[in-house]
Every structure is written in structure tokens, then in C-alpha cells.
Design a protein around this ligand. Structure first.
Ligand code: NI
Length: 178
């Protein structure tokens, strides 16, 4: 089922979400199915459970072979990540534009760790662990921030590089809207 995505200003986006305690349950599988439907409907690169009002540490991300919202990004495999832990590797940061389905029509320049290890579980309780960098690392950090009530505009350091897509990039220029 496609759910409405909560928008910035909704207090539910600011909560610290609760860890999942039981895996491979009908409820958890249904949540992932609903998140997948909602993300696909909106061509999102990722979605966190709090964005559909569910107070659990569950994120889903991935771009498949091609995502029209991120035409230049290297593909990110579809990944379910539950109760995630992120560990930066090195102290290198990278800045790039981000958008968010909860902040429609806007983009901001956001610093993130360039390289990190993430770990957690999938919906069956199987361990997931990867070392990633670049766009993949960025997507994970963005989605996991949602579990701690952080939206990307809170991380924008230079607010002159935060605004509406059309004004930042010009009319008719991708990136497309949200
Ligand atoms: Ni987001």
C-alpha cells in the first residue's frame, strides 16, 4: 500500500525511533512491502519508516539500475537495513546535493562522511554489513538520520546553498522534482 509521506514540520519526523525487537514477523514484512510501494511510487532513493509515521529503526534504500531522480549516480543495491550502526572510516567528508521525500521541491548541499561501514539486519534477522563510499554512503547516512529525527536541512552548513530545485538549477534542468 502506498502511504502518504510525512513532511518536514510534522513532529513525528523528529522522534528517536525504537529498535525492532522481533524479525521475520508478518507485521515487519508488511511494513517493508508498504515502504517499497511508497518509495517506488515516488521514485525515491530511500525511505525511512518514520517518514510514513512508523516509529521503528527501519530503512529501505536503493536506486536499482537507474533512478530518474538520480540519473548520474552509481547504482545502489536495494537494501533493507534495520537497527543500523554506522561507523565512519577515515575523517574525509564530501559535500553534495540532497533532496528528501519529506522536503519536496527543495535541495541542499550537505556534508557527509565519504566512507563508512554500516551494519544491521534485514527483515529476516540476517546480518547486513558493508563498506561503502560516495553516493551509497550518502544515502545510508541520510536515511539513518531519519531514525534519529534529523532531516538533511538541519545539516546544511551554508544556507545560500539550500533552496527550490528550479531556482537552484534553472527551469527545465534536472534534477527533477520530488
Ligand atoms: Ni529523507
Amino acid at each position: 500500500m502506498i502511504y502518504p509521506v510525512l513532511r518536514m514540520g510534522d513532529a513525528r519526523l523528529l522522534r528517536i525511533s525504537r529498535p525492532v525487537e522481533r524479525f521475520d514477523t508478518p507485521e515487519l514484512h508488511q511494513l517493508l512491502a508498504d515502504m517499497r510501494d511508497t518509495m517506488a511510487h515516488l521514485d525515491g532513493a530511500g525511505l525511512a519508516a518514520p517518514q510514513i509515521g512508523v516509529d521503528l529503526r527501519v530503512v529501505l534504500f536503493g536506486t536499482g539500475a537507474f533512478n530518474p531522480r538520480y540519473p548520474d549516480a552509481a547504482p545502489v543495491p536495494e537494501t533493507v537495513l534495520i537497527n543500523p550502526t554506522l561507523e565512519p572510516l577515515g575523517d574525509e567528508e564530501a559535500e553534495d546535493w540532497e533532496g528528501c521525500l519529506s522536503v519536496p521541491g527543495l535541495r541542499g548541499m550537505v556534508p557527509r562522511w565519504q566512507r563508512l561501514r554500516y551494519s544491521g539486519f534485514d527483515q529476516y534477522g540476517t546480518c547486513v554489513e558493508r563498506v561503502v563510499d560516495g553516493f551509497h554512503a550518502r544515502v545510508v547516512q541520510h536515511e539513518c538520520d531519519h531514525l534519529d529525527g534529523i532531516l538533511y536541512p538541519m545539516r546544511v552548513r551554508d544556507l545560500s546553498r539550500f533552496g527550490f530545485v528550479e531556482e537552484l538549477f534553472g527551469p527545465g534542468t534536472p534534477p527533477p522534482d520530488d
